[in-house]
Design a binder for this molecule. Structure first.
Ligand code: A3P
Length: 270
């Protein structure tokens, strides 16, 4: 999926491609496409519609390549890209630090078991067939979780965040609740806009709930409504309750640590 970038107005003023001042670094399946799409509706924001993967896969192309991968902007606009694999890739924070130590980060987080299920649903849609329970567990009877499976590993948020906090202070991150981005998008987007220092253009009134899918869509200027594509907001097969309980127990100490690091209790255990 891509979010369609804004169409370019007539080039005038200081209209050029700039390095991003803000990066959505993850978390995969947290709701990163929704956040990027909502931000794109803001006049003070321009986005890269594609995941650029510069700091993890294409770093050898060099910083000029990266700048040219960004959309055109005016100097009063923020350039934002999102690549969710950044959050879990060891070398990325150091590389971003070298480019611009003042970069701001948006991290959309979501209860890690739900996130893993969503990640697996994406694999199923791409033709994989192994059931979630089989992938997630080393030994069901002993409640032993396979933490080497990427869908499990990505959910160890406190471990990944530790790597980022070696380079950047907590104040350069905004932790966006994936759950609240669905339930109260206006409220969550107000926090995002305040953090970015842009006007509160997106409010509760900017969103309308798609009651069939249970996800919010954007109300556009001409009264039309824009929802995310059909590969966002998939339905998931329910997970065996015993295995879900094992996973919840497995993540609990990592979640706790993450709440301490961020100063936010996301209440994923409730
Ligand atoms: P599911 O499709 O598994 O439900 P990402 O964009 O980071 O890959 O995250 C995808 C997830 O974003 C979806 O996972 C869905 O739960 C969530 N989401 C959040 N807001 C959404 C919205 N407005 N429309 C569709 N999906 C949304």
């Amino acid at each position: 999926v891509e979010t369609e970038e804004k169409t370019a107005p007539k080039p005038q003023g200081d209209w050029k491609r700039r390095l991003p001042q803000v990066i959505i670094i993850g978390i995969k399946k947290g709701g990163t496409r929704a956040l990027l799409t909502f931000l794109n509706a803001h006049p003070q924001v321009v986005i890269s519609g594609k995941e650029v993967h510069f700091f993890d896969r294409k770093y050898d192309k060099g910083i000029e390549w990266y700048r040219k991968a960004m959309p055109y902007s005016y100097d009063n606009q923020l350039t934002i890209e999102k690549t969710p694999s950044y959050f879990v890739t060891q070398q990325v924070p150091q590389r971003i630090y070298r480019m611009a130590p003042g970069t701001k980060f948006l991290l959309v987080v979501r209860e890690p078991v739900a996130r893993a299920v969503s990640d697996h649903a994406q694999s199923l849609s791409k033709g994989k067939t192994t059931p979630f329970e089989e992938k997630a567990m080393l030994d069901e009877r002993r409640c032993a979780v396979d933490r080497s499976w990427s869908a499990i590993r990505i959910g160890l948020y406190s471990l990944h965040l530790t790597n980022w906090l070696r380079y950047f202070p907590r104040s350069q991150f905004l932790f966006v609740s994936g759950e609240n981005l669905v339930a109260n998008p206006g409220q969550e987007m107000e926090k995002v806009q305040d953090f970015l220092g842009i006007q509160r253009t997106l409010t509760e009134k900017s969103f309308v709930m798609d009651e069939t899918k249970g996800f919010p869509c954007l109300r556009e200027d001409q009264g039309s409504v824009k929802c995310l594509g059909k590969n966002k907001g998939r339905s998931h097969k329910p997970v065996d309750p015993q295995i879900r309980a094992c996973l919840a127990k497995f993540y609990q100490p990592y979640n706790e640590k993450f709440y301490n690091m961020t100063g936010i209790n996301f209440h994923w255990e409730d």
